[in-house]
Structures are given as C-alpha cells and as structure tokens.
Design a protein around this ligand. Structure first.
Ligand SMILES: Cc1ncc(COP(=O)(O)O)c(C=O)c1O
Length: 382
C-alpha cells in the first residue's frame, strides 16, 4: 500500500507491475531486450495517441522537454507565434517561444475560461503566423480547451498547431488522426500513470517536413526532433543514453492502458470526474472552471477565505491524501485534485469523505455525508 494517496495532477500512485518493471537488473541501452521494449513503447504510443498518420516520439525527460523540443525544432528566430494563455501552463509556451527567438503574441483568456475559437480566428486572420500553441488541459485550473475547434482554425489559416496535452492524453478523449494537429505532447507521469521521466509526442508529416526544411539549423542538440527522428526509426542506434528503467515502466503502464482499452479508460475518467464535481458541489464549493469546459482529469475548486493551506494540510497529515495547491496567482485561493491514471471509485470515496471532514474541521458548516451522497449516482455507473 502506498503511504499516501496522490491526488495531485501528476505524478500518480503507480501500479505494482509498473514499479516491478523498474526493479529488474540493469540492462544496457543497446541490449536487444531493451531495444525491443522501446519499439513496443513506440507502438503503444501510436495506440495511446490514436496515431497511424503521424510519427510517435518518446524521449527521456519531463513534459517540458517535449514542449521545448517542439518549439525549438519548429520555430525559427523571428517567426511569429501565437500563444493561447488561460493559465500557468499556457504561459510556459510564451516563455519557451520567447527564449527561442520567436516574435510572440499572446491571446489571454480569463482564468477558468476557455480559449474562444472566434477570437483565435480573428487574431490569426491578421496573417503571418507560423504556429499557434494551445494547452489542452490547463492543469492550473482544470480547464479543457476546445482543441478540436481551435485546431480547425489553425488549419484554416495554414498555421502549425502545437498542443500541450500533458494533462489530457490517456484520460481525456484525443484522437490524433482526426484532430489534424501538428505536434501533440504528453508525458509519463500524468494520465498514463508511469513514473516521471519520459515525454511522448505525436508529430504530423507536415511538421516533420518543416523540421527538415528550415532556413536555419535547429539550435539545440538534445531537443532537436529532426535528430530524434532517426532514433525513432532505429532505436538500436546510440544518440544519448535513455532512462531505461523509466521507459520499461512506461511500457508496462501503456500495456495496462491497452488492456483496459482507450475508450473504456476515457469513460472511466469521465465518470470519476463527474462524481468528484458532484461531490464538490454537494460540499457547496465553487469550481474554478466554467461549466462545459471542465476537464475529466483535473478539478480545481476555490477554498473558503484563507483556508486553502489548512485544508491542504489536514488532508495530507490526517488523511494521507495529497492534493495540489494553487499555482501562481491562485496560490492560497484554491486547491486542485488530480484524478487520472489508475484512479478508482474507492479513491473518490476516500477523497470526498476526507475533504468533508477537513472542511468541517476548519469550521465550515456543512452537513456530514453530503459529498458522497451527491457523488453516488455517478459512481454507480462504473
Ligand atoms: C499542462 C501541463 N503542461 C506542462 C507540464 C510540465 O510537465 P513537466 O513538469 O513534466 O515538465 C505540466 C506539469 O504539470 C502540465 O500540467
């Protein structure tokens, strides 16, 4: 049993077979058994993204490496990039694009409100943009942006779309082959439920061609996706030493996703998310995201005045359930619940009961039993 139930937006608790994969004797990175396992990871990454039309990439490093690799490989100095910003992680693309020399324009939306496709259409109509960056699930609030509509607009304007789907892939529906995006990024420690340390990307043929046809060289060694492409085609070659244990654990976690089935996994995540949202509403707390755009993997809620840290501490110390605190300007005002990966109805019941007890302990007047009662109809669907 893990010491603590992690209900943060990654990393998650790990399944025993995922942990076991990390405790085997060390293999060399050129050992045929590892090379075979890595090829399997690539095949499973195709399954995960529903990606038969593009190319899967898996690289050692956190999700930010995937984001930065996408930007540095696609964008040249002086290229115009539009960054959609409705929170902390949307802004990360602003920083990355600026560092790598793009002329960045930012379209900001209120925290907890979706990126409006019409506003994006109007902005891109100004012309001259090379790429648009979009956050699928904005983890700082629990917002799901309307990526299907946003990508459609990018395509209409002939602009490359780069999607940070770090907190979505494996938990929220995303079909790369239908979406039409150019680069979609995720990483191991979120809805895949593997340990941190690997980033996974799905890349369109159009984007791969763009890496090859640049006017200037890609200004990175490690994050050069044109270089990594050769490795993805021939994982037996030496490029850099991969994080072997992490990748073996990732293989196991991806196999578990395939065994469950993607559609079933998306359905389970939706039911769990509906239950958590209903439970929170039963507790009379306000969610941070407008209705219709709430993610099935992360939920944020405002805490009664000055109580965020007390509730967080009570949950962690007394009930051994870790939630995440607010990021940036939301620190101290809200808490976040990560509910992805191997999450079960048992975890939801523990979460809602402990949250109710914690709210009562900080003198918030709610009747006992309301949260679980509100979540019950959803959980019965599992
Ligand atoms: C939406 C989103 N993008 C990017 C990242 C960055 O991923 P990493 O911390 O693995 O670099 C995170 C991490 O929480 C995230 O939630």
């Amino acid at each position: 049993m893990p010491d603590e139930l992690l209900m943060i937006p990654g990393p998650t608790n790990l399944a025993p077979r995922v942990m076991e994969a990390m405790s085997r004797p060390q293999l060399s990175h050129t050992d045929p058994r590892f090379v075979e396992s890595f090829k399997e990871v690539l095949d499973l990454a195709r399954y995960l993204f529903v990606n038969q039309t593009g190319t899967p990439f898996v690289i050692s490093g956190s999700g930010t490496i995937g984001m930065e690799a996408a930007i540095v490989s696609l964008v040249e100095h002086g290229d115009k990039v539009l960054c959609l910003d409705n929170g902390f992680f949307g802004r990360r693309f602003v920083d990355l694009s600026t560092i790598h020399g793009a002329k960045v324009e930012t379209l900001c939306f209120e925290l907890g409100r979706h990126a409006d496709p019409e506003a994006v259409d109007e902005k891109l109509s100004e012309g001259g943009y090379k790429a648009v960056t979009i956050t699928h699930i904005e983890t700082s609030t629990g917002l799901a942006n309307p990526i299907i509509d946003l990508v459609k607009i990018a395509r209409k304007h002939g602009v490359y779309s780069v999607i940070d789907a770090v907190a979505g892939v494996g938990g929220c529906e995303l079909v790369f082959d239908r979406l039409g995006a150019d680069i979609v990024i995720t990483c191991s420690q979120k809805a895949i439920s593997a340990p941190p340390g690997a980033t996974l990307l799905a890349i369109s043929k159009r984007a791969l061609d763009a890496f090859e046809n640049r006017k200037t060289p890609i200004r990175s060694y490690y994050m050069n996706l044109a270089r990594w492409r050769k490795f993805m085609e021939n994982p037996g070659m030496y490029l850099t030493t991969p994080s072997i244990q992490i990748l073996l654990a990732l293989r196991e976690a991806l196999l578990m996703i395939k065994e469950e089935g993607l559609e079933e996994r998306w359905r389970r995540h939706k039911i769990i998310a509906d239950a958590i949202r209903a439970g929170l509403e039963g507790l009379n707390v306000d969610l941070t995201v407008e209705e219709g755009y709430r993610a099935n993997t992360v939920t944020g809620f405002y805490t009664p005045k000055d109580k965020a840290f007390d509730i967080y501490s009570m949950m962690r110390n007394r009930y051994k359930i870790q939630l995440a605190q607010g990021l940036g300007e939301l620190k101290g005002k809200m808490l976040r619940i990560g509910h992805f990966g191997g999450i079960t109805p048992r975890d939801v019941l523990a979460l809602l009961s402990a949250l109710e007890m914690s709210l009562r302990a900080v003198n918030i007047n709610i009747r006992a039993g309301l949260a679980v009662e509100a979540a019950r109809p959803c959980l019965e669907k599992i």
